[in-house]
Design a protein around this ligand. Structure first.
Ligand code: GDD
Ligand code: MG
Length: 371
């Protein structure tokens, strides 16, 4: 079965991380998120992939090329203007075969059993099957109530609390019969969630929800992005790590200098060619990329540092994300879901607490921020 992966969004809610990199190509424990995604769908026999992109398309093409190195075949379709989730698929209709195909939102970390979902779709002779997952707060997703047989009753995209009748939401994975695309207008910005799905339901097509309790997370915000790392390190979802495990749930790449006592306790991952000062402390649920430097007396806890990050002396980095090649000077505190953009420089004695976001290439003077 062919698969379309939707990866053309701008990732606005997770800026500045997505200023220079599209969201699906952000690192997930030191390899692009989309690499892990493709391994997941390939493990269910899906190898013929169409990547629907638009924002920063070269980043995808340069990394995956034709997909051969991952054992899949990748075609790229680049939109000049975003066509919406369903418009994007209509735009590449000629690449699809004359039967069912799959569509994936390319920003979801999931272990849904696609093999079972395909069987469910066939058994039910469904026109559209949508994977559904339970979440605590459905308000930022698409709510999809179903009847006892699994048949979808309605679609409520981004519902308000008073509209919520179920905790099941659209998990961003669909199986669709090709003929349904005849309902889609050509060339318009058109979505599955507010367009094709409710329209097909009204006409009377069979739309089923495939309920899955497998791991599922949408990576839309910095908090969710950190959560994904913590869940992988805690073993809540299977992950193929690049770094070797050197002792119990501590993984370290090649040519990295560290003192065993700096690594407080597991789980954590440190990439290749890093210099971790003997008096630095790396605490659990931290992922450090390649070519990073952690200075004397600094402590890193529950955070994600991309490649090339430099942390000076006596800094505290906690539950935050520091993007590619950012340089943090001495005695800096960065906490609570704060995000530092690529190449930014943070001077001495700054305090970044509570979701502070620092732009790409920003230069923050000594002591400039203290909230
Ligand atoms: N090619 C292309 N063109 N891709 C797009 C476009 C577009 O115009 N718009 C969005 N995408 C891609 C995004 O890159 C992302 O991978 C996926 O489609 C979903 O878009 P989001 O912007 O992340 O949507 P969302 O998270 O608010 O909501 C969607 O996903 C939820 C599950 O994560 C909806 O499908 C919800 O119903 C669903 O619950
Ligand atoms: Mg999303």
């Amino acid at each position: 079965m062919k698969a379309v992966i939707l990866a053309g969004g701008f990732g606005t809610r997770i800026r500045p991380l997505t200023c220079l990199n599209p969201k699906p190509m952000l690192p997930l424990v030191n390899k692009p998120f989309m690499h892990n995604f493709i391994s997941w769908i390939k493990s269910h026999g899906i190898k013929d992939i169409i990547l629907s992109i638009g924002y920063l398309p070269k980043v995808f093409e340069e990394y995956f090329k034709n997909g051969e190195s991952l054992g899949v075949n990748i075609n790229y379709i680049t939109e000049e203007e975003p066509l919406g989730t369903c418009g994007a698929v209509k735009n590449l209709e000629n690449l699809l075969e004359n039967d069912s195909f799959m569509v994936f939102n390319g920003d979801v970390l999931s272990a849904i059993n696609l093999t079972d979902m395909i069987k469910f779709h066939k058994d039910k002779k469904s026109d559209i099957t949508i994977a559904l997952t339970p979440v605590e707060d459905p308000t930022s997703y698409g709510l999809v109530p179903i009847d006892e047989d699994g048949r979808v009753e309605k679609f409520l995209e981004k519902p308000s609390w008073d509209e919520i009748t179920t905790n099941l939401i659209n998990a961003g994975t669909y199986i669709i019969e090709r003929n349904l695309l005849e309902l889609v207008p050509q060339g318009d910005n058109y979505s599955f969630e507010r367009g094709l799905f409710p329209n097909a339901l009204e006409i009377g097509y069979k739309i089923f929800g495939f309920v899955s309790n497998a791991y599922w997370l949408d990576l839309g915000t910095p908090a969710k992005y950190l959560q994904a790392h913590h869940d992988i390190l805690n073993g809540r979802i299977k992950f193929d790590f690049r770094e070797k495990e050197i002792f119990n749930h501590i993984r370290i790449g090649e040519n990295t200098n560290y003192h065993k006592e700096s690594l407080l306790s597991s789980p954590l991952v440190i990439g290749n060619n890093c210099q971790i000062d003997n008096s630095a402390v790396i605490s659990p649920l931290t992922v450090i990329g390649n070519n990073c430097i952690i200075g004397a007396g600094s402590s890193i806890n529950g955070s994600v540092l991309f490649d090339g990050v430099k942390i000076g002396k006596n800094c505290i980095i906690k539950d935050s994300i520091i993007s590619y090649n950012a340089a943090i000077k001495d005695k800096v505190i960065i906490e609570n879901n704060s995000v530092v953009g690529d190449n930014a420089e943070i001077g001495n004695n700054n305090i970044l607490k509570n979701h502070i976001k620092i732009n790409v290439d920003a230069k923050i003077k000594d002591g400039e921020i203290f909230f």
